[in-house]
Design a protein around this ligand. Structure first.
Ligand SMILES: NC(=O)c1ccc[n+]([C@@H]2O[C@H](COP(=O)([O-])OP(=O)(O)OC[C@H]3O[C@@H](n4cnc5c(N)ncnc54)[C@H](OP(=O)(O)O)[C@@H]3O)[C@@H](O)[C@H]2O)c1
Length: 283
């Protein structure tokens, strides 16, 4: 079985390449990348894979049985077309199965909803491709909060508009473990999975960070408007609105869903206690 993973130069794509090689071997995994040189460290064959270049995608997908499409980063309308390029190229090249990394979140009513809707459109395109498919709706990565620790330390708090809303966070390595199985096991075909660990509040997140980094962070709730204005001032209109939209969705419970991680991965998601204890031990 030959498996191709797109966006292999990125964090998630790279992790999925590594996890899949452990299942089917290095020789059976091909990384696709817009910038192939950035994926050369993975120790697998890397081919060209810009989502905007259908010809290259078609050539790169020759001989591939299953392709994983990592969602792109461009504006929603552009992403939909880029993902369609990969789907179409896969069909033309004779690929038999597509796995797509989608996302959970508020489908309506927030400034992040257009991104969620673009994922839902690609899900529909994948389901209608005529090929076998599996869709993972990823939870929110927890790593950015960990990487933000120095800033949190300076201000002594996590402040946002999520309120008491619970968020089903995950990590890229846990996702990669699940995707490696979704790619290589037929039992997942034609299923849509929510992929995340135990859902936690922002106050619980602060406690876990305190455990790992010996900090005394507190959680402070802001209104959606306050948080949006604060994020726009820090990050500009586009990103500020997007980030506030994500936390607004958490506030509304849209990131607190039933997790199918066990079914997808064949084992439970790493617990947050274990994750943060390991971070503490690694310091
Ligand atoms: N669940 C979450 O919390 C969360 C958070 C952020 C993003 N996401 C989504 O998850 C995806 C993967 O996350 P990540 O952490 O791996 O992001 P990342 O490390 O920033 O990697 C993004 C990857 O997308 C590739 N890419 C962008 N545009 C492309 C195009 N036109 N054609 C081919 N490849 C393209 C990049 O290629 P280059 O190396 O050439 O730039 C890179 O490999 C993101 O793209 C985004 O859709 C999810």
């Amino acid at each position: 079985m030959k498996v191709a993973v797109t966006a292999a130069s990125g964090n998630l794509g790279g992790e999925i390449v590594k996890a899949t090689t452990l299942v089917v071997g290095h020789q059976n995994v091909i990384g696709l990348a817009r910038t192939p040189v950035k994926a050369s460290h993975l120790g697998v064959e890397v081919r060209k894979g810009d989502y905007s270049n259908r010809e290259d995608l078609e050539a790169s997908l020759q001989g591939i049985d299953t392709v994983l499409i990592v969602s792109g980063m461009d504006a929603p309308d552009q992403r939909i077309e880029q993902h369609r390029n990969v789907i179409q190229a896969a069909k033309t090249a004779g690929v038999t199965k597509i796995v797509y990394t989608s996302v959970q979140g508020a489908e309506e009513g927030t400034k992040f909803s257009p991104i969620i809707q673009s994922h839902r459109q690609t899900e529909e395109d994948v389901r209608n491709s005529g090929l076998s498919w599996v869709i993972g709706r990823n939870g929110i990565y927890i790593e950015p909060d960990v990487e933000y620790i120095e800033t949190y330390k300076k201000v002594g708090e996590i402040a946002n508009c999520a309120g008491n809303g619970k968020c089903g966070y995950t990590t890229r390595s846990e996702l990669a473990y699940a995707y490696a199985r979704m790619l290589t096991e037929e039992m997942h075909n034609n299923k849509t999975y929510n992929l995340h660990g135990e859902a936690i509040t922002q106050a619980q997140l602060a406690e876990y960070l305190n455990l790992a980094f010996d900090t005394q962070l507190i959680y402070r709730e802001m209104t959606v408007d306050e948080y949006r204005q604060e994020r726009i001032a820090a990050l500009g209109d586009f990103m500020g609105n997007l980030i506030a939209g994500i936390y607004e969705g958490i506030r509304e419970g849209k990131a607190d869903n039933h997790s199918n991680f066990l079914e997808a991965a064949g084992r439970g998601h790493q617990s947050w206690l274990d994750y943060f204890r390991l971070l503490k031990a690694a310091k």
